[in-house]
Design a protein around this ligand. Structure first.
Ligand code: ADP
Ligand code: 5GP
Length: 221
């Protein structure tokens, strides 16, 4: 029988796309654009103890929970990773992630460097990590002020924390400077396209190429 190419023939293992950046660099905006362009990409909706912003929707941007519930989830092992950021707790629920990856679904994480470290430590080969840099600090501050979602003391705290976050850029597979949004987004998409094509993410390639070679041997013998 001749080997025929189809998506089922090759199959694909999903990847975990991890985006991190200091606050205000634009990772939420890039995440939103990516999800609009790639509806098959599942966003990991984190739980957080931070108060909801006006523009945020429960269950869409975060699940907003109290510290007691967070502690319970964490201690029960329900979180794939968790961290304290800017004085609040954040975590990625573990449920369904392994199943989603095995069925070829990609999952997008908007998490800080501490969470990225934990996910990498547990599943390095499934992780593609991208660090987003702002074009400058004054521009990052302007973006935080323009977003107008946080009180001034929270903006100041986010800027103070940024140094510890910026220091982590070397831990990531890719680094993008979010100057021009459109160009940065194109690059983000290019990374996703290329990473999906990595040999080890296409488990059916072994059988497919063996089939091609069998066909070739038969047709040339
Ligand atoms: P983060 O999630 O990293 O904290 P956001 O995505 O919320 O950052 O972006 C902060 C603000 O900057 C938002 O108001 C957003 O619209 C704006 N922004 C994002 N990327 C750009 C860009 N390339 N140029 C100008 N403004 C941007
Ligand atoms: P924000 O309060 O601006 O939504 O997020 C603050 C920081 O927490 C961002 O760097 C964001 O990526 C990070 N964050 C959001 N969810 C999670 C999570 O589930 N785990 C970890 N480790 N960080 C998160």
């Amino acid at each position: 029988m001749t080997v025929q190419l189809s998506n089922e023939t090759i199959g694909r293992r999903g990847l975990m796309l991890v985006l991190s950046s200091p606050s205000g660099a634009g990772k939420t905006t890039l995440t939103r654009l990516l999800r609009e362009q790639e509806p098959s990409l599942t966003l990991s909706v984190s739980v957080t103890t931070r108060p909801r912003r006006h523009s945020e929707v429960e269950g869409v941007h975060y699940r907003f929970i109290d510290v007691e519930t967070f502690t319970l989830m964490r201690d029960r092992g329900d979180l794939l990773e968790w961290a304290e950021v800017h004085g609040n707790f954040y975590g990625s629920p573990r449920r369904e992630i392994d199943k989603a990856l095995a069925s070829g679904q990609d999952i997008l994480f908007d998490i800080d460097y501490q969470g990225a470290q934990q996910i990498r430590a547990n599943a390095a080969s499934d992780v593609v990590s991208i660090f987003i840099l702002p074009p400058s600090i004054p521009e990052m501050r302007r973006r935080l002020e323009r977003r107008a979602e946080d009180p001034p003391e929270m903006i100041a705290r986010r800027l103070r924390t940024a140094i510890g976050e910026l220091e982590r850029w070397r831990e990531y597979d890719y680094v993008l400077v979010n100057d021009d949004l459109e160009r940065c987004f194109e690059r983000l998409q290019a990374i996703l396209v290329a990473e999906r094509l990595r040999r080890e993410r296409q488990p059916g390639l072994v059988a497919f190429t063996e089939g091609l070679m069998d066909d070739l041997r038969r047709s040339t013998s």
